[in-house]
Each structure stands twice: as structure tokens, then as C-alpha cells.
Design a binder for this molecule. Sequence first.
Ligand SMILES: [Zn+2]
Length: 305
Amino acid sequence: MSFCKFCGGKKLREFIAHEKMLGLGEAFVYQECLSCHSLQIKEVPEDLSPYYPSEGYYSFLPLVQSDSFRLFLKKLRMRMFLKWGISWKSPSYGYWLKRIYRSFDDAIADVGCGNGQLLYELHAGGFRNLTGIDPFLKESSLIAPGLKLIKSKLEEVDQKFDVIMMHHSFEHLHDPVEELQKCYDSLKPGGRLLIRTPLANCEAWKEFGTNWVQLDAPRHLIIPSLEGFEALVSKSGFRLKEVLFDSTGFQFWGSMLYERRLNLVEKSYAGQFSKEELAQLNEKALRYNQEGKGDQVCFFLERKD
Ligand SMILES: [Zn+2]
């Protein structure tokens, strides 16, 4: 790959990034675009499965279902939050949900849904037309009326959606132009697209370099900068409606663990940070978000037609 997958820029700086989350230490060549500062892996490994262990990878833990009392509460809270604007005990993901919400009947797809927990929470909250899509599911299943999980790729699902969401799955794909086109093709006219992704060229990248926890080699194949993502969208059938920073203290403490040569799976990090330190890092993350310096964002897009 000799050009930036986001802006098409041809001047790329190569560097080595090591697998750190699992502590494997394997080296991979990455490229930073000198024009837009997006990041990408130079060559996608043929077999990525060793880097997604089936035991314990967070997106495939068992789905936790609520009892009927909790279902009742969740429905009430969701209605209060989305219909009446009351944010008492509103869901932690409410900040992006309220921006894409129009109706509980909207056909919503979550691409790269993992175990489907997020969709289950939306179902519990009263949404009635939910589809999880993930080629890495064990099998397709109907979790509840109005909530199905399909073992498939988006382009193979024969349905059009009002909303497509990608919660930290976009960066695991290798061709952003193609992925945007697939989303376009699977949305109804005027359909909405939410992409939540790490953001290149952020403060944490500048501070921690290859120890930045969300570089996440070799799982993250592409990481857009703001400029790179805007260039990508300008060549697509979408318009970018809003960019919302939602980074957390993880950008700091995760990266600090890597600086200390610790990984994220062996629980060796327990006790590395006090409660006060973690609270301070979360506060710093909030400040970064307000200043547009955080290491992850929600991109809200809309089909132009
Ligand atoms: Zn670029």
C-alpha cells in the first residue's frame, strides 16, 4: 500500500508497532500519512485469528439478559430519556443514542455487534427492529422478537436500514472507502450512520507514540485522523453532520501500562493505579474531549439523498 487510505496522500512515514494487548510482542509495519496523519497497517496479516482469542475477547462474552422487572425499568428510563428529555439514570450510551434516535420502530443495524449486548439493551429499552451483524458470531440467532443476530457480512444481508452503527468495529476493517460504500448501499435514502472509532493525530498519540493503547497493532488496521475522515467522507455519498469526542481515561492508563511493559489480559495491571489517579485521568479525558483532543470520536453521518 503506497497511499493513504483516507486522503489518498502518497507521502507515508513507516514505523514499527508491536502487539501489546495480549503481550505477544510481535512487530508490524504501520504507516502514518504525512498529509492527513491517519494511520494504517502496511500489510494486513493473512490470518488475524491469533490476535482475537475466542476465550476472553471482550466482545464474545455471554449475553446477559434482564429479568422482567429490570426490563420494565429499562423501558421506562429509555422513554423518559428519549421522549421526555429526562436524563435521570439515563443509559451510559445516551449521548450518542439521542443523536440518532427518531423512532422506536427504526430499523437499526449494529455492524460488528459481538455478543449483541448493546442491541439487547436497546431492545430492553423498547426498540423493536434491531439487527446485529458480525461474521465472527458462532451462529445466527433470534434473541427476542425484534432482535436478531446474523452471522454475516453487512453486504450479504438482504435488508435496508434507517440506522447503521459501528461501535469500534470500523478500525478493524481494511478498506474505509469500500466500507462506507457498503453502509451507503445498506441504508435507506436519508439513512444515518454512526461510526465510533479511535482517532489518529490525537494528544495521546503525540504523547505516547507506539505505546498509545488504541494503536492496538495488529487488530486496528486503519485509524483515521479528523482530516483524513473528512477527506474520505467528501468522496462518498454521505455528509458528516457532527463529530463528538468520547475518549476516556483508558487512553492514559492503558498507554501507561504499555510504557511499563504490562499487557491488558494478565490482570497484572491491578493495583497499578489508585482510585484517585483513575478519577484524575478520567477528568483529564473529559477536558481533552471538550478541547477536541481526545483519542476517540463518534462520527455522525447521513446519506445525502
Ligand atoms: Zn492521508
